[in-house]
Design a protein around this ligand. Structure first.
Ligand code: SAM
Length: 285
């Protein structure tokens, strides 16, 4: 059964994504889809195991919702897909028959921890950026400029230009994005095993949608996509199957302060002790 929460230009669906995509989203209606599904690697989503009986079963499930996503995209729409490194080749081949893949992005992050001892540990996640029509799609390069390190940093002059000028100080990012993962001590942290950073979604949403556009996330988790869409004046549709995560979305998007009698609060970090304990620690350290 689907439960839907609405406020202004934002919708949160508590349901299975296949069901919502089939029943509730009109065809050709969405400007941008960011899909960050379970990766089939055994993560625990609040009791729901992210593991299919076989990889083929997992891939076939993904192909079903990917087909629906494509149907829901406007002819000018864009789709970003994240997946485990080992599965991305399948999605790349599958999607290249249906869409234009414009970028194969590597989201790179450093990690202080030991990743693996007997092979090279994974420090990146791949992202596909695809469009329906390679001649007509939204790409606001000027809204996502980053510092251009070479030349500009050293204030070098480009003598190849008709009138020698300083090198550009800004550029559109390439396809390797170094963005830190969400850590426990960060303000944006929520209690979810695979939360994506606001900075990652900002780059995607600012580049591939305009204010007022509809952004859909079929696997919302902590609703980072909807949160960023709202912040930047886009409309949003978020779908999530786990009630605990829907509650995070209801709070993060400021839909509700209470849910079924329970106050919706960000989970206090272990170091954020209640005020009276902090006071006692202050008086008797
Ligand atoms: C990789 S996480 C998404 C994380 C999200 N991008 C964020 O920033 O928090 C995948 C999410 O999909 C949800 N999910 C799994 N199966 C689903 C389904 N059939 N329909 C809707 N959501 C589902 C999981 O509960 C999980 O929260």
């Amino acid at each position: 059964m689907t439960q839907v929460f609405k406020q202004d230009n934002h919708k949160i669906f508590w349901s299975d994504t296949l069901q919502v995509l089939s029943d509730d989203i009109p065809d050709n209606s969405i400007d941008l889809i960011f899909a960050d599904p379970p990766y089939n690697i055994g993560k625990d989503f609040n009791g729901r195991k992210d593991k299919w009986a076989s990889n083929d079963e997992y891939l076939n499930w993904c192909y079903d919702w990917l087909d629906l996503c494509i149907k829901k995209l406007k002819p000018t729409g864009s789709l970003y897909l994240m997946a485990a490194t080992q599965n991305m080749p399948y999605f790349d081949i599958y999607l290249s028959k249906k869409l234009y893949i414009l970028s194969r992005i590597v989201w790179f992050y450093d990690s202080s921890g030991v990743q693996a001892r007997r092979y090279f540990g994974s420090l990146y996640e791949p992202i596909l950026f695809c469009v329906k029509d390679k001649k007509q799609y939204t790409f606001n390069g000027d809204d996502i400029l980053i510092e251009a390190k070479t030349g500009a940093e050293r204030k070098l002059i480009d003598y190849r230009k008709p009138t020698p000028t300083l090198y550009n100080t800004k550029k559109v990012p390439g396809n390797v994005w170094e963005i830190p993962r969400v850590r426990y001590r960060m303000d944006e942290y929520e209690n979810h095993p695979t939360q994506k950073p606001v900075a990652l979604l900002e780059r995607i949403i600012l580049a591939s949608s305009d204010p007022g556009d509809i952004v859909l996330d079929p696997f919302s988790g902590t609703f980072t996509t909807s949160f960023v869409a709202k912040k930047w004046g886009r409309q949003s549709i978020g779908i999530e199957i786990v009630e605990e995560y829907v509650k995070i979305g209801l709070r993060r998007l400021q839909f509700l302060t209470h849910y079924q009698g329970e106050e919706l609060k960000r989970e206090p970090r272990t170091y954020e002790k209640p005020a009276e304990i902090q006071q006692r620690l202050f008086e008797h350290p």
